[in-house]
Design a protein around this ligand. Structure first.
Ligand code: GDP
Length: 408
């Protein structure tokens, strides 16, 4: 198998899911992320049916239907692979499989409704898979939106340690920005949607200092190194605060909370910064485990290791089957012959595609940590393990694999 360096180091990949109660704004947040990262230049609106995560008519005409199962975009030198997680409990199996292939998630809440029953069930599933999360309290522009109340419901129902890293500037229809409590600066969106970085507004300075102190205290309570510094100085330096926030997020001991209004395109850039700063790369999560006969085997996210990948979604399209793969280990090139350990047969990797919102980019190879779509696999289904024939393993027990979803 070919061994080459990835175009993005594995440490710069974020495999991200967006979890939400139906209607909390998952589609809108996804749209705005794709727009902010330049993956798409049209801003789709949910109500007029032009969202790019829906099927694109042009692509349909060309015979390949874009799978919304995984879409890639770039932010600040990082590759973010957005993996679709169905919000409805009826798709519990699909939710669980998508939770398996992602390394971190953004949980979206409605700033008026707070934690709703469905957000709770998806949250518990993510707990089971040990998925590190940050929370985005959306719809801050709505009448009755209140960050503190939403955070209180998060604390009561989901996690004892919400770490609120922003303070809203303006409320309801006057919501126009946030104070970034980590860097202590103001972030204000212009009417045109541009992000302007400012000093903390004078009238909010005292409250911002108070909230920053509360954040430091909450962090110190759960993080030994931060506690030591906090006890010695009665405050936390920004560097300690940042590294403690990263640790607490990745261990699941704390949940960073941000806020915004996806609909008004406010809060998306800081959310992307938070994804890159706090959520783990494939190198920061435990190595994937599989079985070889009775033996349990591990595959660290090493592009030079033996190839191992899990198919997590298969779409039948008029021109062929499109299989979404999470590559856990090794490197695979187009044209390679790999072992389908679930069906116990060889498979040929046809075209490898990076799926962006409104286009595909053909790739020569895919590496450990990445998520790509492959055209031409004959027998792979959701749940199938593909690997090196010389280093076989099964990542998911046979029998769990699902039939092909036909969308043609
Ligand atoms: P999903 O079901 O979680 O994917 O939610 P959608 O993204 O489809 O959003 C549900 C509804 O809430 C739509 O009518 C959106 O336009 C609206 N919405 C989404 N984000 C916001 C927001 O920040 N503020 C307001 N007021 N409405 C929003």
């Amino acid at each position: 198998m070919h061994r080459t360096h990835p175009d993005h180091p594995v440490a710069a990949v974020r495999n991200l899911g967006i979890l939400a109660h139906v209607d909390a704004g998952k589609t809108t947040v996804t749209e705005r992320i794709l727009y902010a990262t330049g993956a798409t230049h049209k801003r789709g609106e949910v109500h007029d049916g032009t969202t790019v995560t829906d099927f694109d008519p042009q692509e349909r005409e060309r015979g390949i239907t874009i799978s919304s199962a995984a879409v890639s975009c770039d932010w600040d030198g990082h590759r973010i692979n957005l993996i679709d997680t169905p919000g409805h409990v009826d798709f519990a199996d699909e939710v669980e499989r998508s939770l398996r292939v992602l390394d971190g998630a953004v949980a979206v809440f409605d700033a008026v409704a707070g934690v709703e029953p469905q957000s709770e069930s998806v949250w518990r599933q993510a707990d089971r898979y040990g998925v590190p999360r940050i929370a985005f309290v959306n719809k801050m522009d709505r009448a009755g939106a209140d960050l503190d109340t939403a955070v209180a419901s998060l604390r009561e129902r989901l996690h004892p340690c919400p770490l609120v890293v922003q303070m809203p500037i303006g409320a309801e229809s006057g919501f126009r920005g946030v104070v970034d409590l980590v860097r202590m600066r103001g972030l204000v969106w212009s009417d045109g949607g541009d992000l302007l970085v400012r000093d903390v507004p004078g009238e909010l300075r005292e409250e911002a200092r108070y909230r920053r102190h509360a954040l430091e205290e909450a962090v110190a309570e759960r993080h030994p190194a931060a506690l030591e510094e906090f006890c010695a100085r009665q405050t936390l330096g920004t560097a300690t605060l940042r590294s403690a926030l990263r640790d607490l997020t990745r261990t699941g001991d704390g949940v960073v909370v941000l806020c915004g209004s996806a609909y008004r395109n406010r809060g998306i850039e800081p959310l992307l910064d938070a994804v890159v700063d706090w959520l783990p790369s494939p190198l920061d999560v435990p190595a994937v485990r599989g079985t070889r006969g009775e033996e349990e085997v591990e595959r660290p996210a090493d592009p030079a290791g033996p190839f191992a990948a899990l198919a997590f979604k298969v779409h039948a399209t008029p021109t062929g089957r499109l299989t979404c793969l999470r590559v856990y280990s090794g490197t695979v090139e187009k044209g390679d012959t790999v072992w389908n350990a679930t069906a116990r047969r060889t498979e040929r990797i046809g075209r490898i595609l990076r799926v962006q919102a409104d286009r595909h980019t053909p790739l020569d190879r895919a590496h450990a940590g990445d998520i790509v779509a492959v055209v031409g696999l004959k027998s792979a289904r959701a749940g199938t393990t593909l690997c090196d024939r010389d280093a076989p393993l099964v990542l998911e027990p046979p029998g769990v694999a699902e039939p092909v979803v036909s969308v043609a």
